[in-house]
Design a protein around this ligand. Structure first.
Ligand SMILES: NC(=O)c1ccc[n+]([C@@H]2O[C@H](COP(=O)([O-])OP(=O)(O)OC[C@H]3O[C@@H](n4cnc5c(N)ncnc54)[C@H](OP(=O)(O)O)[C@@H]3O)[C@@H](O)[C@H]2O)c1
Length: 291
């Protein structure tokens, strides 16, 4: 008899994310074991619980999902999980990282941009790019080949993120910029074709007067779903809506694609027992869905 699917949710926050739990069930997971406040030293027995229980031929029916609000803590857990898998003996399970929805949301945003722009040459600005979602958006845009400005209220923080992206993507053409003051914002926007706002919920990242004055701008994507909008004038449900000669996406306009990618990635985990879904794999999967 076929074994049921089990998803082991390892969350770095004390309370495992309700959002990730609902999506897991909607993706068809039959049993969900959720653990909160997971730290690296707790990982080994959890991984052993996955790989030493079912025989190798059934291990594709067990998978691990790593979430929580801190993407750096999530990355550390992912590295720890991989350390304890034994793929040489077939004793492995597939793993997905999506702390704060960063990978699935970034993939959805970049797929939206790719519908209208050639990402190989696109000049972009990512606002709020020091957060988990913004970092992943900037990394995907940089990996695609275009020039990316990493925007933050603090130039110093932006440069730290730019350096991390150059390390992860050696070909990255990125520049850390301050982007919030009345002098910095127009300079950061100058010559940009794409702006993605990944600021904190309810934070206004780009006033209309700067956006309207930027004649090179073709596409804006606002990921903030909590009013006021992160990009002034962009509506939550916008999906390639033309506003001021610019194609606009709002949080819900991107959110539908994000949900499809998230569910597809969870379902994909159970097809083999040796897959790792981090930002690049999630993006490739999203592209393959033809969304
Ligand atoms: N649409 C979807 O499907 C979806 C899914 C997941 C998340 N989201 C949304 O995506 C956005 C980004 O998520 P996240 O977790 O990466 O966000 P976050 O970590 O809360 O914030 C991102 C960045 O926003 C900047 N920021 C914080 N407070 C600010 C303020 N008061 N004014 C201006 N800037 C401020 C900070 O950058 P600096 O300090 O460097 O300026 C921060 O690093 C959020 O709005 C989230 O709700 C959307």
């Amino acid at each position: 008899m076929d074994k049921p699917t089990i998803l082991i949710q390892l969350d770095t926050d004390p309370q495992p994310s309700a959002f990730d739990r609902v999506v897991a069930i909607d993706a068809g997971v039959q049993h969900l074991f959720s653990y909160g406040g997971v730290t690296p030293d707790a990982v080994m027995p959890l991984v052993h619980g996955c790989i030493f229980t079912r025989g190798p031929k059934d291990l594709a029916k067990t998978a691990i999902f790593i979430g929580g609000s801190d993407v750096t803590a999530g990355e550390t857990l992912l590295a720890e999980v991989r350390k304890h898998l034994l793929p040489l003996f077939g004793l492995s399970v597939s793993v997905m990282l999506d702390s704060n929805g960063a990978n699935t949301t970034a993939a959805a945003a970049v797929i939206a941009a790719s519908r209208h722009l050639d990402l190989k040459t696109c000049k972009s600005l990512v606002l709020g790019s020091t957060g988990p979602v913004g970092q992943r958006v900037a990394r995907l845009l940089a990996a695609a080949g275009g020039h990316v400005r990493i925007g933050s209220r603090s130039q110093e923080k932006a440069e730290v993120v730019a350096a991390a992206i150059r390390k992860a993507v050696p070909t990255a053409n990125v520049e850390g910029v301050a982007s919030s003051s009345s002098t910095d914002a127009p300079t950061a926007l100058d010559g940009r074709e794409l702006v993605v706002a990944a600021g904190a919920p309810g934070a206004m990242m780009l006033p209309l007067k700067y956006r309207a004055a930027c004649k090179s701008l073709l596409v804006t994507i606002d990921l903030n779903g909590v009013p006021p909008a992160g990009i002034e004038g962009v509506e939550l449900n916008d999906k390639a809506s033309n506003r001021n000669d610019c194609l606009c996406y709002g949080a819900l306009g991107v959110g539908g694609t994000k949900m499809k990618i998230h569910k597809a990635a969870v379902a994909e985990l159970f097809k083999r027992n040796d897959q790792v879904f981090d930002i690049e794999q999630v993006f490739q999967l999203g592209k393959s869905l033809g969304l």
